[in-house]
Structures are given as structure tokens and as C-alpha cells.
Design a protein around this ligand. Structure first.
Ligand code: GDP
Ligand code: MN
Length: 382
């Protein structure tokens, strides 16, 4: 899960990483009050789960509460690459002397956390990596050995931080960022820019923080930071119901058991000339409850015009799935065509049940390809 800048900064502060004092505001009046409380010059920052807010006009300096209110009025409701701004973060403005870049993320190839640090911050890091790779200090941390203080000194030295007072602060901040990364089960902690103020103080001016959802059981406080309104409505419903669901662009809803089978189904749909509206994995279960939940999620997407069940029974029994489908159809009114392919354990029995019940919009097919062709055809005819 990606966190908003202000949430990432809250976590930074918890680990002793210097950040500016600020307040969250959802209205222009709140932004004014925040500026009054903070005093002096403030910066009004759009909170959206995407980068490049500065370039998009989502970050504005304000010299007075009046100005903060006006800037907030302009930024709230703004669209930044498909994200509507519903909150702004008002913080004490910093006097920037230098902009650096610091991040720690996972290098999946090396199976180790990777630090990247450069004094050429403020711009796109990809650009630095491309045009002057020597300016980018990269360092892996062995997770078993843990982070070592000399590694922070190496990063600071290699990136060319020369002022001793600055070095000291950078080194301390690198160590704390690693603690935040591990302590929050993060997948990414990025500070761009990491600034040095005119007074020589090093601090995190921005934060990009991604936490591994699988570790939420250890961090209920972080799990609560999720902004439900920012999520896609189907994905939210799916999460509530415990269904694995990914929204795609097409018009055919897919239900399969097992991620591998679902992915193959996407391919077969494409082969048949169609395109999938989603990726939905029933997992091991195929009981009525699971099928109802998945169908509810899928049919709540107005783009869906046909549904394909592709089930391979192993531990899952096809007759159970068939019962689930019939149960779901008796509880919900679905008029979309539903094509079902059952194979594996108890497939015969499952097919027989479906053929006997014979709901008018249900079609039983023997193979994955014929099922895909059928659903593509039915979706087109409508
Ligand atoms: P991003 O564009 O989404 O990455 O947002 P950032 O938080 O990184 O801010 C973008 C830019 O706005 C920074 O690189 C700064 O140049 C500028 N900015 C942000 N906060 C301040 C501040 O407190 N003072 C000044 N002078 N500029 C700021
Ligand atoms: Mn930034």
C-alpha cells in the first residue's frame, strides 16, 4: 500500500527523521487555520498517491494565512494525473540550499535492500541514473548481517557530501531510514528531495512510502492509514470480501481457481479475440459463499458484459463449484451470459448439475478454448 506524503512523514518522524512541522487540511478554511497556527511562510502540498505534484501545480508557497487559503482553494479538487486532490498538507516552508535524493527499496535480483543516494536530487532519479550513473551511490544491505554504520559513511562519502556537519546528519538519517524501512515492513522509502536548508539542517522534504500489505497484521496503525475513498470501488469491495481481484480494461469477467489458471485464461480470452475485464482468483475455495462474493465484485463493474468460469478441480471439487454457481444465481439476479468450463475432480457431476438446473443464461463448455470462444461470441452478440 502506498502512503500519502504526510503519512510517510509521520512514520519518518517516529523514527527520528527530521521533517517540517505541518497540518492536514481538507478545506480551504482548515488550510488557513493551519497556516495561522504554523506561522510565517508555509507550503501547501496536494496529497495524492502519485508523484510529480510540483510540476503539476499541486505545490504552492504561501506567505500568509490568506494566501494559504487561496492556494488551498486552487489545489483542492484539482486533478493530478487521474487523482483528485481531497487533502492538502500545509507545512512550514523550508529555505532550500541543496536538494539530494535518498531511497531504500528492494532489489529483487539481489534479494537485498538497496540504498540509492545522490547529491543531484530534485530531478527525476531515472535521469541521473541514465546520464550520470557515477553520481548515484548504490549500496546493498545484507539483511542477515543488518545495516552497518560504515555503510552510511560510504554512501555519504561516495555521493560527495563534503561538509562535516552535513555528513553527520546525512549518516544519521540514512541509519534511521533503514530502521523505518525494516520497522514498518516497507517496500520503498524514498526521500526526494532530501534537503539541506540555508542554515545547514538536513531534512526530508518529501516522502514516498510503500508498505507491504502482507505485514499489516504487525502494523494495525499503518493498515488504518488506507484511504478507502481513493481506491477503485470494485477493488475495495473485493478486499472487504477477501477476493483476489484485479481490474483490467476489457469486458469479460473471469473467475478461475488459482492464479496460474486465471492468467492462462486471460491468454485464451485474448486468443479468442476478446479481452478480460478483470482477474479474479477464487483460490482453493469454490463454495457458494466464495462464488457469490466473487460474482458480486465482478458484476458491480459496469464494463462487464459476460462472465467466464474456468475451474480445474484438484482439491477443489467441481460439483462444489457447480453448487456454488447455482446457489449464487438463486441469490442474485444476473442477466449476463455465464460460460462455465469445469474439468478435473468431479467435473462430470458438476456439469450434470448445471445442465439439469439449466438457468437460461448459463452455458457449459468442455474445454478452456471452446469456453473462451463461447463467451467472446456471446459478449459480442449482445
Ligand atoms: P513532488 O513534485 O510530488 O515530488 O513533490 P515534492 O514534495 O518533492 O516538492 C516538489 C518541489 O517543490 C521541491 O523539489 C521543491 O523545489 C518545492 N518545495 C516543496 N516544499 C518546499 C519548501 O518548503 N520550500 C521551498 N522553497 N520549496 C519547496
Ligand atoms: Mn518529491
Amino acid at each position: 500500500m502506498d502512503l500519502y506524503e504526510y503519512q510517510g512523514k509521520q512514520l519518518f518522524a517516529r523514527f527520528g527523521i527530521p521533517v517540517s512541522e505541518g497540518r492536514l487540511a481538507t478545506t480551504k478554511e482548515e488550510a488557513r487555520a493551519a497556516a495561522e497556527e504554523l506561522g510565517g511562510q508555509v507550503v501547501v502540498k496536494a496529497q495524492v498517491l502519485t508523484g510529480g505534484r510540483g510540476k503539476a501545480g499541486g505545490i504552492k508557497l504561501a506567505g500568509s494565512p490568506d494566501e494559504a487559503e487561496a492556494q488551498a482553494a486552487e489545489i483542492l479538487g484539482m486533478d493530478i494525473r487521474g487523482h483528485t486532490v481531497r487533502r492538502v498538507w500545509v507545512e512550514q516552508a523550508s529555505d532550500i540550499a541543496k536538494e539530494y535524493y535518498l531511497s531504500v527499496t528492494f532489489d529483487r535480483g539481489e534479494k537485498k535492500p538497496l540504498f540509492m543516494f545522490t547529491t543531484q536530487g530534485g530531478v527525476d532519479i531515472e535521469e541521473v541514473a541514465e546520464s550520470s550513473p557515477e553520481a548515484l551511490a548504490r549500496l546493498h544491505v545484507d539483511p542477515l548481517v543488518g545495516f552497518q554504520p560504515y555503510q552510511a559513511r560510504w554512501l555519504s562519502f561516495t555521493a560527495g557530501v563534503s561538509d562535516p556537519a552535513e555528513q553527520k546528519q546525512v549518516i544519521s538519517l540514512v541509519g534511521r531510514l533503514y530502521e523505518a524501512f525494516v520497522g514498518c515492513d516497507a517496500m520503498l522509502c524514498e526521500v526526494n528531495p532530501l534537503i539541506v536548508t540555508a542554515e545547514g539542517k538536513v531534512k526530508a522534504l518529501d516522502s514516498k512510502f510503500t508498505v507491504d500489505d502482507n505485514a499489516f497484521f504487525r502494523h494495525p496503525d499503518i493498515a488504518e492509514m488506507r484511504d478507502l475513498e481513493a481506491d477503485d470501488p470494485q477493488e475495495r469491495l473485493a478486499r472487504e470480501k477477501g477476493v483476489t481481484y484485479v481490474k483490467l480494461e476489457g469486458d469479460i469477467g473471469i473467475l478461475g481457481n488459482g492464479a496460474g489458471l486465471v492468467m492462462s485464461t486471460l491468454d485464451v480470452i485474448a486468443q479468442a479475440g476478446g479481452s478480460a475485464a478483470n482477474f479474479c482468483d477464487l483460490g482453493g475455495g469454490g463454495d457458494a459463499e466464495g462464488v457469490v462474493d466473487a460474482l458480486q465484485v465482478i458484476t458491480s463493474d459496469p464494463q462487464v458484459r459476460g462472465i467466464l468460469f474456468n475451474i480445474f478441480g484438484g482439491i477443489t471439487r467441481c460439483d462444489e463449484v457447480a453448487r456454488g454457481i447455482l446457489e449464487a444465481l438463486s441469490r442474485m439476479s444476473i442477466e449476463l451470459p455465464i460460460v462455465v468450463r469445469l474439468d478435473g475432480t468431479n467435473a462430470e457431476a458438476g456439469r450434470a448439475m448445471l445442465l439439469e438446473a439449466a438457468p437460461p443464461n448459463l452455458y457449459v463448455e468442455d474445454t478452456m478454448l471452446s469456453a473462451a470462444e463461447r463467451v467472446v461470441e456471446l459478449t459480442r452478440v449482445q
